[in-house]
Design a protein around this ligand. Sequence first.
Ligand code: UD1
Length: 369
Amino acid sequence: MKVLVTGGAGFIGSYTVDLLVEKGYEVRVLDNLEPQVHFNKKPNYLNQRAEYFFGSITKKEDWFKALNNVDAVVHLAAMVGVGQSMYQPVRYLTTNSIGTANMYEVLLEKPEIRKSIRKIVVASSKSIYGEGAYICKVHGVVYPELRKREQLEKKDWEVHCPLCNEYVKPVGITEEKPVQNLSTYALSKYDTERMAVNFGFALKIPTVAFRYFNVYGPRQSLNNPYTGVVAIFSSRIKNKNPPIIFEDGNQLRDFIYVEDIARANLLALESDKEGVYNVGTGKATSILEVAKTLIELFDSKVEPKITGEFRVGDNRHDFADISKIKRELKFEPRYSLKQGLKKFVEWGETQEAIDMFEKAEEERRKYLT
Ligand code: UD1
């Protein structure tokens, strides 16, 4: 079986390629070696047993060549900076939304290519949900809007019930939660997901769209300010600077190790199930705990700095309810946060670390002021 992995030179893509090769699949990669991530160099981890086609999903002719004679597609190529998507909306919609539409146009126009394709897996994101899911003592499960600036200015961090204004408690997000699509990035991922589901139905191609939660692991760009808190904290710690913690540090996220994501991709390829699935661990971890664990693993003496400041646009808590993927795809994450972070830190020790905090903040301010 031959699988096309778009974005196969990237973070999640390269782990997916490694796993597929290990399992005996023939793999072709379509990747543009995005300069913002790869600085025009091929990364040294590229799997030698895969076939590489360096081209762009924004070009239909590149899709045409890449899709020729494949039995399945794992479509991961995308621009991934949430903040950046707010001041470069055309770039995000062109790459993520139109890039995906190009694949479907090729499949619509070329029945001979379409016929051999038995499965398509696409990468969506938990970003589409926006604020998390909560339970109110009186109103049951509720889906509040983002907290307003006036609330955050009072350092009232926790979320209130949209119906009675009492405090609510976070619960795992299920796939039924209505989307909020608060950034251009989220919109573009929702486009990707909906096109995949709609064309999967129309063209009779079994399709899975994965809503990945916060993914971390080795090969994650440490020089790109658009990666998440694990990379940002690590670069701070390596430079002997305290991780800067927004709000009170008790905000929760669901951190999933990249090899678990690659395994979910494989399960989707091998299953006859279709539809949208959360891919997380189902476990909620506070940001302060992430900072403390990283400090311990890096064997550092810095102390996390809780600033009481906040980032406009941040949601308070989010973590996945993974009942659906467990039940239907038999997915179980294998790495605890401690185990995954240990592997991340071992790799991080060997990497040059440019402190990304200031750059990440500067990027955010670009679209917030
Ligand atoms: C993701 C996006 C973020 C967007 C949010 C909205 C990425 C990397 N982040 O954030 O841009 O606003 O979705 O859904 O795509 N934190 C700190 N100190 C730091 C960095 C982060 O305390 O130096 C906190 C944040 O306030 C947040 C948590 O860590 O509470 C996680 O941040 P992040 O890694 O950006 O992920 P998401 O919040 O999931």
